[in-house]
Design a protein around this ligand. Sequence first.
Ligand code: TYM
Length: 379
Amino acid sequence: MEEFTVTPWEVSGQINYDKLIQQFGTKRIDDGIREKLKRICVDLHVLLKRQFFFSHRDLDLVLQDYEQKKDFFLYTGRGPSGEMHLGHLIPMIFTKWLQDKFNVNLYIEITDDEKFVFKRDAKWEDVQKYANQNILDIAAVGFDPDKTFIFKDSEYIKNAYPLMLKIARKINYSTTKAVFGFNEQSNIGLMFYPAYQAVVTFFEKKRCLIPCAIDQDPYWRIQRDIAEDLGYNKTAAIHSKFLPPLQGIQGKMSSSQAETAIWLNDDDKTVKNKIMKYAFSGGQATIEDHKRLGGRTEVDVAYQWLSILFEENNKKLMQIHDDYESGKLLTGELKQILVDKINAFLKEHREQRKKAEKLVDRFMYSGKLAKEMWGKVLV
Ligand code: TYM
């Protein structure tokens, strides 16, 4: 019996990321690749240093190309099923870092179609409302407005449809059944959708690099089966683990379970309440026991979140680690450190979001790359 599941629609159980690399047939981001990235980028993003981005496909080829002065492009996306939570922002933050370092084009797909067909009771107006809100959150991350094209699937369809059809006729039912688990009851909207998630990798005749969590990898497997036949490169990808839910280090922070997540629009008080109330603690039942026996950082969600992203300073993180393990730092104190970090992060995000209102039009329609993309039909 599988002790965990990772698909684009479900992530559950205690995920064994080493096993996942084997199951999915991807490669680990090893010291060699990290060294190479560091040489090119001068520094490494904390999400790479802490090995939160842990797996890849053909990242070595992307870097080889780059060193030979061959450009590549970036692609990521978001399915607007609701508000965004911290986990959804992680690939975006990392993608911005890559865009800054490599100065390349970036395409961000907003899959309003996917979420509409996936959730049978979804209302079109709601999906659109969330799509527009999500786009603001994404624009707040600070991408280059002339090198970034953010588009909603339902709007860009006219330009992308011919190329999508080329993809669609290469993928048969038995492949999607094997890769996604579709069956006789799956609706036909879901079955066509993978062609849209794949087509973006063909937006340029260069190599495409996709930062995302590893749940999206099944789409890239399909793309890689057909790309060369159609005269394009197999896509490259760089995969992250999942930001764990508040309740414990199993599964992922998930939109479908609201209480597992910190949402980007949570206010200071809500963040504090949620973390104090729900964040699974590696501490002992009483203060006396905690001081005597110490806490367990490896299961403590507050510590895990600090170590993934929110405490970038290694020395400070080590100190927190040692103090918690020895029992000097209490659970409430550890949680408070995280509350302060997240509230500072969200305050900055809210400010950037406000400023981004003015930029959305450039990302979607009037920036340099957006204009180019609206000016052509892809075949
Ligand atoms: P969606 O909206 O489910 O997720 C958006 C992005 O967030 C990642 N993600 C997480 N990362 C870290 N921790 C978590 N707990 C967590 N939960 C989700 C996802 O892997 C994803 O990168 N079908 C896609 C939309 C899409 C897309 C893409 C995503 C279209 N093209 C290209 C990535 C790359 C979706 O519904 O994502």
